[in-house]
Design a protein around this ligand. Structure first.
Ligand code: BES
Ligand code: ZN
Length: 880
């Protein structure tokens, strides 16, 4: 039973909750010591003089002789006067209070205003190790239990939990009468998936195959229809996963709720999924197509966990990559079902594969799989929520599903879920089921799945596969972004992988091959005449590809004459691979630049986005140097035709392109045109923004708002900034506030940026959940970069203590603020920073500090080696 108080305690002034709990357990082995997780809870001394009491329904129980809290290990420790008996059942009772703080972890509080009235919500975020902060429990994923939950709450509020409410009664306690809602016993489940919420929200509901679906949000948000989109797509996605897993949704209801203060994007609590408001609420008048896509994918991601993760749970956190990687892969399949016209499934290549390549190419990367003994402390567990876990996990599972075929992959998955329902597993359990499915379906594999996958899971990094079309030799090598970086620790497979090769020859798809050793010959890959080879079709494989220069030249030729002969994902790949091969000094940088020459012909989103991502590195390295001018001229010339194209398609910026990805590329056209100084673009955005300022009517299309706001604020001064700040404060939908919050970081005025930095640490101005990302936005601005770096150095211990509890946000903060580093001086500052704060620590950003140093070193060398040739290339006539 938990009772959160939504008004501060008159004595202490703190928000608190009180609780009572009985843990029923069976003794498996005799012991006179009980350790049960507990963190930041204050226990009431019971009649026995201890923090807990022990009884046994079947007989007598030992007496407690000592009870204390062990803060470091987060245990409530109980010593007994005699041993618990094997096979006997016991009940452990406690009564406790805790603080309902605004710290986004455990049982915490979130606040918002409805008009001028302040509202308080009590809500939870247990994963990974904060269930113990709301009640004493065996807080480990494999220690599944049934939970009987009761919440006490004020009249007029709603109480929610994992199960259905079975009844609400009035109770009088401590002299006040409140409501008491009892929930149906849960299924057997892990503590990290529990959720308790008290709020005064509204909801909308529907039904899918007998499952009650509800969307909860602030009353005005529900009234404005902002939950409708989520409600409409949840049913189809749920039905999709029931088919995909061949298993009905395991619970009677599925609630989803938008919480104003929330650390992650969303959390898969079983039956009661919590979201950031921006990740669940959609409003046509405010949300871009990108916001809408994020809602669809994040819902799909969390619903995917209802089976994979919740019904069947990985035994320990070291296998988190399989849980999160799996959901991050199938979220695309689920979203694709909800929005079949969008082609979202392709985007995994940009959003996950390419993104994580950047991290996994560092010598400071780490394997997907960790050893159980290395992942013990809460901060070690939190640190695992990184892009390797999510994006590399998703990428290798997509590769696996592809070489098995989706049909076989799902068959193995289905039997896995069936065997382990309500239980827990290790990742090899999945491989076993997939192996059986592969054998039953006679899939032709070079060796067993375990052997293939170990090369991807147990060693860090990925290969660059080199194809020499003059000889047909194909070889692999560990791809390291910085070829001079300190050799990474040895790998159990000597940095060799078992690589599935899908490829095309001169536009025609060829039978797939495997590369199973360092080097091999595939005779069919030898070409003559005009034939060319392109490998890693649709970038289904987790590797980069390099060719002999002759084949590269042919590919460049195809790009400039008939680029659509190359599938669109592979056009994005050619750009990304060549830019990265160049950074690793495998090919010359100018050869990478050559892949951008055809962009004046390109209209598709994926290749453009890939180019923009890679050119962004050039901006980061060069926007404070003499290369900047010529680079602007070159890129301006490349993007102008795209800008003109969308101007025509949209009938002078009136209409919205039909296609989802075209809508994205329209945004790219505008942002790149403005960035490279196309006056027509800057004038356009300035006019739109000033119309808003003068008329107070915002007619800027939601898709374009982020880029328009940013460019207009960058071009403007304090007036534009203050106007946007006021709109930010007034915004009634978080998605609009978020666009403004990002755009406010675009100003070129140092004093505005410094003031904004100060705001980030004032939760009255910027919610705690948004602090680190706001600092990162400021650091992305060339003017804000050094200000943000000074700022986090000056406030590190405060930021760490107030904001460091969370998860990925902390490594993002470190990598974001140091992204531009490319001088010895900056490297020295980073070293100093690490040294100075060794005592405070970096929490879940620990690895990110080392990665930042490695990246800075690579950048220093890269700039030294490339500045002149890039400048020469950009200013030579051949660039045009
Ligand atoms: N289980 C996570 C949420 C989480 C993250 C809890 C970190 C604790 C620490 C959830 O399933 C998740 O992965 N959410 C993602 C969204 C997803 C679409 C990648 C998130 O929060 O960003
Ligand atoms: Zn997840």
């Amino acid at each position: 039973m938990l009772w959160p108080r939504l008004k501060p305690d008159p004595e202490s002034g703190l928000y608190i909750f009180t609780g009572e709990s009985t843990v029923e357990f069976d003794c498996v082995e005799e012991t006179d010591l009980i350790l049960i997780h507990s963190n930041k809870l204050n226990y009431t001394k019971l009649e026995n003089g201890h923090l807990a009491s022990l009884t046994s329904p079947a007989g007598t129980a030992p007496s407690i002789t000592e009870s204390r809290i062990q803060t470091v290990t987060q245990y409530l420790v109980l010593r007994l006067n005699s041993k618990l008996l094997k096979g006997q059942r016991y009940q452990l009772y406690t009564k406790f209070t805790g603080e309902l703080a605004d710290d986004l972890g455990g049982f915490y509080r979130s606040e918002y205003f409805e008009g001028t009235e302040k509202k308080v919500i009590a809500t939870t975020q247990m994963q990974p190790t904060d269930a113990r902060k709301s009640f004493p429990c065996f807080d480990e994923p494999a220690m599944k239990a049934y939970f009987d939950i009761t919440l006490r709450h004020d009249f007029g509020t709603v109480a929610l939990s994992n199960g259905e409410a079975t009844g609400t009664t009035n109770v009088t306690s401590d002299g006040v009468t409140v409501q008491q809602t009892v929930f149906a016993r849960t299924e057997k489940m892990s503590t990290y998936l529990l959720a308790f919420i008290v709020c005064d929200y509204d909801f909308i509901h529907s039904n899918a195959n007998g499952v009650l679906i509800r969307i909860f949000a602030r009353k005005p948000a529900i009234a404005a229809g902002q939950g409708d989109y989520a409600l409409n797509i949840t049913g189809p996605i749920l039905t999709f996963f029931e088919g995909y897993y061949n298993s009905s949704y395991p619970l009677p209801k599925s609630d989803q709720i938008a919480i104003p203060d929330f650390n992650a994007g969303a959390m898969e609590n079983w039956g009661l999924i919590t979201y950031r408001e921006t990740a669940l609420l959609y409003d046509e008048a405010f949300s871009s197509n990108s916001n809408k896509e994020r809602i669809a994918t994040i819902i799909a991601h969390e619903l995917a966990h209802m089976w994979f993760g919740n019904l069947v749970t990985l035994r320990w956190w070291n296998d988190l990559w399989l849980n999160e990687g799996f959901a991050s892969y199938v979220e695309y399949l689920g979203a694709n079902r909800a929005e079949p016209g969008w082609n979202v499934a392709d985007l995994i290549v940009l959003n996950d594969v390419h993104r994580v390549f950047a991290v996994d190419a560092l010598a400071s990367s780490h394997p997907l799989s960790s050893k159980e003994e290395d992942i013990q402390k809460p901060e070690q567990i939190s640190e695992l929520f990184d892009s390797i876990t999510y994006s590399k996990g998703a990428s290798v599972l997509r590769m696996l599903s592809d070489f098995l075929t989706e049909d076989v992959f799902t068959k193995g998955l289905q039997t896995y879920l069936k065997e382990f329902a309500f239980g827990s597993t290790v990742y090899t359990d999945l491989w076993k089921h997939l192996q059986t499915a592969a054998e039953d379906n006679k899939v032709d594999l070079p060796t067993n799945i375990d052997t293939i996958m170990n090369t991807w899971v147990l060693q860090m990094g990925f290969p660059v596969v080199t194809i020499d079309t003059t000889t047909g030799t194909i070889s692999q090598q560990h791809f390291l972004l910085d070829p001079d970086s300190v050799s990474p620790p040895s790998s159990p497979f000597n940095y060799e992988w078992i690589v599935p090769i899908r490829w095309i020859k001169t536009g025609v798809v060829q039978p797939p091959k495997w590369l199973q050793k360092k080097s091999d010959t595939i005779a069919e890959m030898q070409t003559t005449g005009a034939d060319w080879v392109l490998a890693n079709l649709n970038v289904v494989g987790y590797y980069r590809v390099n060719y002999d220069s002759n084949n590269w030249n042919k590919l460049l030729g195809v790009l400039s004459t008939s680029h659509t002969t190359i599938p669109v994902i592979n056009r994005a790949q050619l750009v990304d691979d060549s830019f990265n091969l160049a950074r690793a000094k495998i090919i010359p940088t100018v050869q990478a630049l050559e892949t951008t020459k055809y962009l004046n012909l390109e209209r598709d989103y994926m290749p453009w986005q890939s180019a923009i991502n890679n050119l962004n590195f050039f901006y980061l390295m060069f926007d404070r140097t003499e290369v900047y001018g010529p680079m602007q001229t070159y890129l301006n010339q490349k993007v102008t035709p795209l800008f003109e194209h969308f101007k025509t398609v949209t009938e002078n910026w009136i209409k919205v392109p039909d296609d989802h990805l075209d809508q994205y590329n329209q945004v790219n056209a505008i942002s790149m045109a403005c960035k490279t100084g196309l006056t027509e673009c800057t004038d356009l955005v300035k006019t739109w923004f000033s119309n808003w300022m003068t008329t107070d009517v915002n007619s800027i299309h939601p898709n374009l708002r982020s880029t328009v706001y940013c460019n207009a604020i960058a071009a403007g001064g304090a007036n534009e900034w203050d106007f946007a700040w006021n709109k930010f404060k007034e915004a009634t939908i978080a998605i609009e506030a978020d666009k403004l919050r990002a755009a406010l970081a675009c100003t070129k005025e140092p004093w505005l940026l410094n003031r904004y930095l100060e705001y980030t640490l004032d939760p009255e101005k910027i919610r705690k959940q948004d602090a680190t990302s706001t600092i990162v936005y400021i650091a992305r601005n060339v003017i804000g970069q050094s200000l943000a770096w000074d700022f986090i150095r000056a406030h590190w211990s405060y930021i760490f203590n107030e904001y460091g509890g969370g998860s990925f946000s902390f490594s993002n903060l470190i990598s974001g603020v140091t992204e531009r580093f490319s001088t010895e001086f900056e490297l020295q500052q980073l070293r100093q920073f690490k040294e100075d704060n060794a005592g405070v620590g970096f929490g879940s950003g620990t690895l990110a500090v080392d990665q930042a140093m490695e990246r800075t070193q690579a950048n220093i060398k890269w700039v030294a080696e490339n500045k002149n040739n890039v400048l020469d290339w950009l200013t030579s006539p051949s660039a045009f």
